[in-house]
Design a protein around this ligand. Structure first.
Ligand code: MG
Length: 164
């Protein structure tokens, strides 16, 4: 049986993962509006991944005899001034998620919650990947600035994202 402290913290994390999905979906809508379907596709897939992250924590609580408690999801921003600004926000947001995963891991250590530690190992590795992906796209966007042809090329590349 999972501790109340750990259960509460995981329920908070479920909310954060679903907020991430909402944020990336809102960015996808903004890119659709700007006729950049490749960026939008990448962000839709990212949103799907975040939902899956939320569900991993959901299933963990269920398996451990805990109680899932879904909280209200904040409304995300609707519009971003530039492609770069949107992806700088992806990068900053992922850094925040990494910090909250790390805090959850510290709690799992303090609570001697070994099953949660094993689950969180997966998330710790996943965050390394998430931060690297965001940084790579930010670096490309910084290189091309608002250069139309280059932005269309990045759009094409991002549109080729497939399930991994
Ligand atoms: Mg996530």
């Amino acid at each position: 049986m999972i501790s109340k402290k750990m259960q509460d913290a995981i329920n908070e994390q479920i909310n954060k993962e679903f907020f991430s999905a909402y944020l990336y979906l809102s960015m996808a809508a903004d890119f659709e509006d700007k006729n950049l379907p490749g960026f939008a596709k990448w962000l839709r897939m990212q949103a799907d991944e975040e939902r899956e992250h939320g569900m991993k924590f959901f299933d963990h609580l269920v398996e451990r005899g805990g109680r899932v408690e879904l909280k209200a999801i904040d409304a995300p921003q609707k519009e971003w001034k530039s492609n770069l600004e949107a992806f700088l926000e992806v990068q900053a947001h992922e850094a925040k998620v990494t910090a909250s995963i790390n805090a959850l891991y510290e709690l799992a250590l303090a609570e001697k919650d070994y099953p949660a530690q094993v689950l969180l190992h997966w998330f710790i590795s996943e965050q390394v990947e998430e931060e690297a992906n965001a940084a790579a796209i930010v670096a490309q966007l910084e290189m091309v600035d608002a250069h139309g042809t280059a932005v269309l090329m990045i759009d094409k590349t991002l549109g080729k994202r497939s399930e991994d």
